[in-house]
Design a binder for this molecule. Structure first.
Ligand SMILES: [Zn+2]
Ligand SMILES: [Zn+2]
Length: 215
């Protein structure tokens, strides 16, 4: 398994390439912007791109879809609860922030909790962990988790955006932390990677030092 990434766009979002090098297959997780950089990353890995997996459809996680699909016409997978973002709200955010944005077609397939996804011979399980966004999912497998904006090193995703939900966020964090092994390496949507063990010990939102989220 190979994991590469580029940090793209004004929101400094991490787009990940997950690849099974033996099988020569790869998927892009959250192509947020600067598609030409992402295309170069895939080419450098020398894999065939099979799909785009979205953790959620905020503008900073989907702004590069059209550019990538101009090169490889691959399906976009998204949880249906994030369709409002995919189809309308992200375009509106782009306008608000003055970001160039091309509205993609699709998505092409629905993600659901517990679903198994393949990347070559790699198997990842979808975990629906809403709160930051209603359709936010984590892709878990092989000791790693791509959790989008659920959990960051030392922080968590905000819940004050439209369709955010603090109560769902609390439940999702509890589930994420209790169901995944402590040694899981978390690849977040922003900032450096971390481990669940480190976040349990030091993240103020998980240790109880900060309790900004009302139940
Ligand atoms: Zn987000
Ligand atoms: Zn984000």
């Amino acid at each position: 398994m190979k994991i590469d990434h580029r940090t793209v766009g004004v929101f400094e979002e991490n787009c990940y390439l997950l690849a099974d090098e033996q099988a020569g297959r790869g998927v892009l997780i959250d192509p947020g912007d600067e598609a030409e950089q992402l295309v170069a990353m895939v080419r450098a890995a020398n894999v065939t791109l099979d799909a785009i997996w979205l953790t959620h459809a905020h503008i900073d996680h989907m702004g590069g879809i059209v550019g990538v699909r101009r090169v490889w016409d691959v399906p976009v997978l998204l949880h249906p609860r994030d369709l409002p973002y995919y189809r309308e709200l992200s375009a509106r955010s782009a306008q608000m922030y003055g970001i160039d944005f091309e509205q993609p077609e699709g998505p092409d397939a629905e993600l659901s909790d517990g679903q198994e996804l393949s990347c070559g011979d790699l198997r990842f399980t979808v975990m629906h962990v809403p709160g930051h966004a209603p359709g936010l999912v984590a892709f878990n497998g092989h000791g790693v988790s791509f959790g989008g904006d659920l959990l960051f090193a030392g922080s968590i995703g905000r819940t004050d955006l439209p369709l955010g939900n603090p109560a769902e966020m609390n439940a999702s964090l509890e589930r994420f932390v209790s169901e995944l092994p402590a040694e899981t390496v978390v690849y977040p949507g922003h900032g450096p990677r971390t481990t669940l063990e480190r976040e349990r010990r030091t993240n103020p939102f998980l240790t109880g030092a900060v309790r900004p989220l009302r139940r």
